[in-house]
Design a protein around this ligand. Sequence first.
Ligand SMILES: [Mn+2]
Length: 329
Amino acid sequence: MTSDEPFRNWMSTAPVRPIQIPMAIGAMKTGVDRGAAVLDETLRARLVDRNRTDISNRLLESNEIPVAPLETPDTRRYPGSALELEGVAEASDQLASAVSTAISNGELALTIGGDHAVSIGSIAGAAEQCEQLAVIWIDAHADMNWPEVSPSGRLHGMSLGASLGRGAEELTKLRDKCPKVQEHDVSLIGIRLLDPGEETWLQESQCHLMTMPDIDSVGLDAAIQHVIARLRASGADAVHLSFDLDSLDPLVLSGTGTVERGGFTYREACRILRLIRHSDLPIRSIDWVELNPDLDPTGGSNDVAADLLAIALGEDVFRAHRITDCAAR
Ligand SMILES: [Mn+2]
């Protein structure tokens, strides 16, 4: 990695290709499929409202990936299984192709979920367009289960695991490259709930884990700067950012399927996204996932999800006073 390449980080510079993927079969819960269209619309309306032509002019026409609909929502747990494997694998392959094409055209591939199982496809697509992919995973959960240890059988809790090469072959061998990303090139941020299998794996893995208690102990800026420095030194030639909206505190965003208390505040999330956006990491692709509009009838969660996405894509407030003497940005 060299840092003199202009516009290495595509978050606030490249044309943006939104790719809607209304997946609910990874979560087995209705509503999260609707999140894809709602988030896309809310983002576009917001940019018009606020006259952010700098960003709206970069937003290209959205693609939509077809996904098998969730026929029977099911809240029961199916330990040791991989529910709806075929449907997820099929949609993941199509998403991978769309993400890969967008990146090859110089477009920031913006995957809009849908549940977090969509990352299986987006990471596969991102991995196709580089030598060595790194992943920043911002989430309340690690999503590193695999069928044998999964407490629920839902694939949205196995997406990072599959990208790391554990799980059903239909997913791990998707588009031939396995694993899509190596453990030492993965940084997880904001984690506050691990299942037993995930905990065991993480203890022996080389994944870089920044749990919420870790962040509290070193401070948010230091934690994120550490992640950035680590990935910069990794040799990765592309970085994928996967943002699960359940990383936020439920008081900030309640419209998501698996809420965990103790999440990021709105301001903390803004700060994290700005630090990543201002970094020289070669970000080529982003996921924005797990918005479930049905779970927050006020619409407030849709607005929060769209606000943060706008910030990820380059929105900023005008700053009257530059605080140069402490090198803040
Ligand atoms: Mn997740």
